[in-house]
Design a protein around this ligand. Structure first.
Ligand code: NAI
Length: 265
């Protein structure tokens, strides 16, 4: 019976893997989990190597172990290698944060097959590979675990101008619910976080196109009446993820929680 399996971790989890951790929300989660006592494997594209090295240094200054693993989450072999290196150098995997993601803007009618495939591959297929291969290792370890993915408020409620992105973030919620059910017997919780506007490069680079001018169909028009498009610093999302990784969060699974200043309810 699943209720016999979902229980507090019998030990303190201590190794986390975080993808898309060279900057933004992923980096904030890495630094926060280091403060919480985790050793950390940080993964990002090889083009982000310099930034990855900086994050490794910051974590080591906090007295924790860290390794940087160049990883493209679209490639299953990269994700398998990421887990293998983490096990080899840090001793196991207790927490997987599948955070890597990309945003492409444009209307539905403007969408190309190329854009659709790219966004779905990184944001949904990449999350699936990370969930799966982290879980294979956690099951082998027989000590439970925490699997957490990046969805979005637009994975809960439609937003203009980001059809593939929105679909990919809905997909993360679906993957999260199904996997939470399957992982119950292994004492592995599976959840997602749904940030609202968070001050990172992803949104900064797109801000004009993103917010629009209030005309019909623009984001500003779409969100009028909502306590005005509050923006969070990445550490606000990280503190929520930190809680999900704690032993006392054992009874939270299959959830996709918004951290969005009331943008969606
Ligand atoms: P960001 O653009 O600052 O960071 C994303 C990181 O993912 C980058 O370092 C990038 O190199 C990495 N990445 C991209 N493709 C990759 C791949 N194929 N393999 C490995 N790494 C890859 O973005 P941010 O804002 O930190 O976003 C983190 C997550 O939170 C994303 O999944 C994003 O969709 C989600 N999110 C962000 C929101 C925001 O307002 N910033 C709102 C809702 C969700």
């Amino acid at each position: 019976k699943w209720e016999e399996h979902i229980k507090p971790c019998p030990y303190t989890p201590h190794v986390a893997v975080i993808t898309g951790a060279a900057q933004g929300i992923g980096k904030a989660i890495a630094l926060r989990l280091a403060d919480d006592g985790f050793d950390i494997a940080i993964a990002d594209l090889s083009s982000q190597q310099e930034k990855l090295d900086e994050v490794v240094n910051e974590i080591m200054k906090k007295g924790r172990k860290a390794i940087a693993v160049p990883t493209d989450v679209i490639k299953e072999s990269d994700v398998i290698f990421l887990i293998q290196r983490t096990v080899g150098e840090l001793g196991g995997v207790d927490v997987m944060i599948a955070n890597a993601g990309i945003l492409r803007l444009g209307t539905f009618l403007e969408m190309t097959e190329e854009t659709y495939d790219l966004v779905m591959n990184v944001n949904a297929k990449g999350v699936m590979f990370c969930y799966k291969h982290a879980a294979v290792q956690m099951i082998r370890q027989k000590r439970g675990g925490r699997i957490i993915g990046a969805s979005s408020t637009v994975g809960k409620q439609a937003a203009p101008n980001m059809p593939a992105y929105s679909a990919s973030k809905f997909a993360v919620r679906g993957l999260t619910q199904v996997f939470a059910l399957e992982m119950m017997p292994h004492n592995i919780t599976v959840n997602a976080y749904c940030p609202g506007f968070t001050l990172t490069d992803m949104v900064a680079h797109e801000s004009d196109a993103f917010y629009g001018d209030g005309s019909p169909g623009s984001y500003l028009q779409h969100t009028s009446g909502i306590p005005k498009v509050a923006k969070a610093e990445p550490h606000v999302i990280a503190s929520f993820v930190s809680y999900l990784c704690k032993p006392e969060a054992y009874f939270i699974t299959g959830q996709s929680n918004s951290v969005c200043g009331g943008l969606t309810m």
